[in-house]
Design a binder for this molecule. Structure first.
Ligand code: SF4
Ligand code: SF4
Length: 174
């Protein structure tokens, strides 16, 4: 059943005037990962307007989005679609409706690593993720290739003023 209060909720939480969308498709046409999405960006906006909350919260699209902002700068109505998608992610997690829980978990581990070292320590984040998934060996060949080419380091490269960074991250998370 459609939830007609959903548009109001989304406009309030995201601060975006979603209702001004006139379905020009410019967002979808510019998106670099549209072929991996199950619901195209302009359709996500339409579903929000129609109150089809379940459809958008459970969509793969909100987890496929790279937050590159191409759609947002292309929108003739200044709707920050990337921000709308990010808002949907947060609501999906809050309501335990996320269709792609793994992506969310990897995001958390990514930020945890950046908070700890000041930049991503790839091996640590990937190993933690793989251990949680109980799937240590599926990408071994690719991982070894990256190590050999120096794309990933075994040891972390810590920045100097990590306390300051952690303070900033705490503020942002609030
Ligand atoms: S670009 Fe903007 S107005 Fe056009 S379909 Fe996308 S959200 Fe709607
Ligand atoms: S921000 Fe997301 S939806 Fe928008 S163009 Fe980039 S990947 Fe596509």
């Amino acid at each position: 059943m459609n939830d007609l209060s959903f548009l109001h909720e989304m406009e309030t939480v995201s601060g975006e005037k979603i209702s001004t969308c006139y379905q020009c498709y410019k967002c979808t046409v510019g998106c670099p990962v549209v072929t991996d999405m199950d619901v195209y960006p302009h359709r996500i906006i339409r579903h929000i307007i129609l109150g089809d909350k379940e459809k958008v919260l459970r969509s793969k699209t909100i987890w496929t989005c790279l937050q590159c902002l191409t759609c947002s700068v292309r929108c003739p109505n200044n709707i920050d679609i990337a921000h709308v998608l990010d808002t949907l992610r947060k609501i999906a997690v809050k309501e335990h409706k996320e269709g792609e829980r793994d992506t969310w978990r990897f995001d958390e581990l990514f930020l945890e690593s950046v908070g700890k070292h000041g930049r991503l320590h790839e091996i640590e984040a990937i190993l933690k993720y793989k251990l949680e998934k109980k799937d240590l060996f599926s990408d071994t060949k690719m991982g070894m290739g990256m190590l050999m080419k120096g794309r990933m380091g075994i040891l972390p490269h810590n920045i100097r003023d990590r306390e300051r960074l952690q303070e900033i991250m705490k503020k942002v998370r609030k």
